[in-house]
Design a protein around this ligand. Structure first.
Ligand code: 2AM
Length: 182
């Protein structure tokens, strides 16, 4: 049985969403491309994609037993773009503090996901919060350079397994499970 399209992410409190939204609203030009609505902002640790229930349940069991490490402080930082600001398809905000912890967490979750039977992720992990998706690609160098580092921080004390629902308009992310960092 299919569980749907699944990913594991770090979420953020509403105050941090407001802080980022307010910061961006003070910039002279609008966010380029198709902005992700603030309620959908998150930092993906592992995108899994279409998922069957057997490896999914195994992954949940492994996450439940795992020591995910201690809570840590995350501070957002400067803007950037994939594959690069000159030809951007994804505009993001990076992390100033907590990057190493996010990388450790992503590597740990990768092991769990692989043990559960999913295909390994080949692409390197870059912690980022996607602000906009851009089609066709645009040069966002001027925009990225015009935005001062984002003054938002919060304590990461859990990770969330989401299911994404696509239709008309923005995606909807449904929280399926939450696992605490202790
Ligand atoms: P992104 O923010 O960099 O686009 C839900 O779609 C989350 O999974 C998004 O945060 C997205 O990252 C991430 N993701 C990673 N690989 C993906 C893929 N191939 N298709 C869709 N989303 C992907």
């Amino acid at each position: 049985m299919s569980v749907g399209r699944v990913f594991v992410a770090v979420t953020m409190p509403d105050e941090a969403r407001h802080a980022v939204a307010h910061h961006l609203s003070e910039v002279d030009s609008p966010v380029p491309g198709r902005p992700v609505p603030p309620e959908n902002w998150h930092i993906t640790l592992r995108f899994i994609g279409k998922t069957e229930s057997v490896p999914y349940e195994k992954m949940l069991g492994l996450l439940d037993q795992a020591d995910l490490g201690s809570p840590f402080r995350l501070r957002l930082g400067s803007l950037g773009a994939f594959p690069g600001p000159k030809r951007a398809s994804v505009l993001w905000v990076g992390t100033e503090t907590g990057s190493a912890e996010l990388c450790d967490l992503a590597a740990f979750i990768e092991e769990i996901v692989d043990d559960a039977g999913f295909m390994p992720e080949e692409r390197p992990f870059h912690p980022h919060l996607t602000l906009a998706r851009i089609r066709p690609h645009l040069d966002v160098t001027a925009y990225v350079e015009s935005v001062p580092p984002v003054p938002a921080s919060w304590d990461v004390s859990d990770i969330v397994v989401y299911r994404s629902h696509w239709g008309r308009g923005p995606a909807r992310y449904e929280e399926l499970e939450r696992f605490e960092l202790t």
